[in-house]
Design a protein around this ligand. Structure first.
Ligand code: UDX
Length: 437
């Protein structure tokens, strides 16, 4: 099938590449000429495990093309995906100006039947707005479909190739057939394609992400209670998660969720509710809990140092909002760094992928180590903010020898408490008793 993807950000590039990989002829459009030149020249612009190989192969096979020319893109695609940014506006609602501007332009360019697909996470009612923006200028037949993406960064290729479900919002039989054919190769294992109306599809995406964020904030509160009551959140998590109705996933407590989706989507759903004259009480609490959770370790650190962090030096492992990505949007690590610096401490950081992005944002406010062990030199304590695999089984002897004190504050519960006590560390984590040396 001939596919066009407008927007070569994270979602657009994964979508375009994965459709090319299944044999479709894909054109990706972006207004950023530098990006288009890089991509056309074989240089991938995002970090996503497994994507580069597919990208290179499909570029070589000439199933994947990049252009800045929207007219060429519109002419090419039978199905045109809109994967454009929807940043939160000042009031928390999603800013649709990118999408509507492109829809407006597309209306002037369409000359035969097209299926236009909203892939970005957009508030309920956006498909209608896109439909109206195109129809203003377009007399030819077209359908606007909502097809939210559920990709997780770090495993996006797998999520795209083998989705748990594909949600397609359209009431048009013609569009339903086109979309069903396009996605059939991705659900051969038997996972469903769920057809529904546009608004239900749009809301499904927000409801799914908000529910997952709720699970996390809920467990973060349980973790606090565990510490207060002397229970162990690892045990509680397992006990709770073994109930199939609850499920094992997304119950890991920590120093809060971050990233480009959860914070933005929860906030947008709260705003949509307000606009619909409804107060979504649970989600307001989910956001509050997450804000507080980002600094969960700070009182523990302060207590250890008798409230005097001035002149103290910290090693911080993990900057990305989660492992296997270089994305630092809303990363809890950044909040932690700010708080430590504000209290008069200094910080040296290490992350396997996200160092360059952090340097771009906070520059020389911290120092950057070239390895996780170099990071520890002269530090009073180690703080862990992201659960990268390379941090899971470190050389504890080296850690103990490099730090000034055998002291670790772990925001992701990477280590076994009893073992840390045996190794002679003072070790504090989330929702579990401290190991004391
Ligand atoms: C999320 C959704 O999972 C995906 O379906 C949607 O399309 C985009 O948003 P992503 O933002 O890539 O994906 O990350 P995800 O793996 O869902 O993690 C989100 C945040 O929650 C991370 O900061 C992670 O550290 C945190 N998290 C996750 C927890 O704190 N505890 C958990 O148990 C799981």
């Amino acid at each position: 099938m001939k596919i066009t993807v407008v927007g070569t950000g994270y979602v657009g590039l994964v979508t375009g590449t994965c459709f090319a990989e299944t044999g479709n002829d894909v054109v990706c459009v972006d207004i950023d000429i530098n990006k288009v030149n890089k991509l056309s020249g074989g240089q991938i612009t995002i970090y996503e495990p497994g994507l580069e190989k597919l990208f290179e192969r499909n570029l070589k096979e000439e199933r994947l093309h990049f252009t800045t020319n929207l007219a060429d893109g519109v002419k090419h695609g039978e199905v045109i995906f809109l994967a454009l940014p929807t940043p939160p506006g000042e009031d928390g609602s999603a800013d649709l100006s990118y999408i509507l501007r492109v829809a407006d332009e597309m209306g002037k360019l369409i000359t035969d039947y097209k299926v236009i697909v909203d892939k970005s996470t957009v508030p309920v009612g956006t498909a209608e707005k896109v439909q109206a923006a195109i129809a203003q200028h377009c007399k030819h037949p077209f359908d606007v479909v909502s097809n939210p993406e559920f990709l997780r960064e770090g495993v996006a290729v797998d999520d795209f190739m083998k989705p748990d479900r594909v949600v397609i919002g359209t009431r048009s039989e013609r569009a339903r057939k086109v979309m069903g054919d396009l996605f059939a190769p991705f659900v051969r294992q038997g996972n469903p394609i769920l057809f529904m109306d546009e608004k239900s599809a749009e809301l499904t995406k927000y409801a799914a992400n908000s529910f997952l964020a709720t699970k996390i904030s809920f467990m973060n509160e349980i973790a606090i209670l565990c510490e207060k009551l002397g229970a162990d959140v690892d045990m509680v998590r397992r006990g709770v998660g073994s109930d199939d109705r609850i499920g094992k996933r997304f119950l890991f407590p920590g120093i809060g969720y971050g990233g480009s989706c959860f914070p933005k989507d929860v906030q947008a759903l709260v705003k949509s509710s307000e606009d619909a004259d409804y107060e979504f009480k649970i989600l307001t609490a989910v956001m509050d809990v997450n804000e507080r959770q980002k600094l969960f370790l700070l009182p523990k650190i302060k207590a250890w140092f008798n409230d005097e962090l001035k002149g103290k030096h910290f090693a911080l492992w993990g900057l990305a909002f989660k492992p296997n990505t270089d994305d630092i949007r809303e990363a809890p690590a950044l909040y932690m760094i700010d708080a430590l610096l504000a209290a008069g401490a200094t910080v040296t950081v290490f992350d396997p992928e996200a160092m360059a992005n952090v340097q771009r944002v906070i520059g020389d406010k911290v120092t950057y180590a070239s390895s996780q062990y170099e990071c520890l030199a002269n530090a009073d304590a180690l703080v862990i903010a992201t659960e990268w695999s390379v941090f899971r089984t470190p050389d504890f002897e080296k850690i103990g020898a490099s730090l000034k004190n055998k002291l670790i504050f772990d925001g992701r519960n990477l280590f076994d408490v009893a073992r840390m006590a045996e190794l002679g560390f003072h070790y504090e984590s989330v929702g579990r008793a401290a190991a004391t040396n």
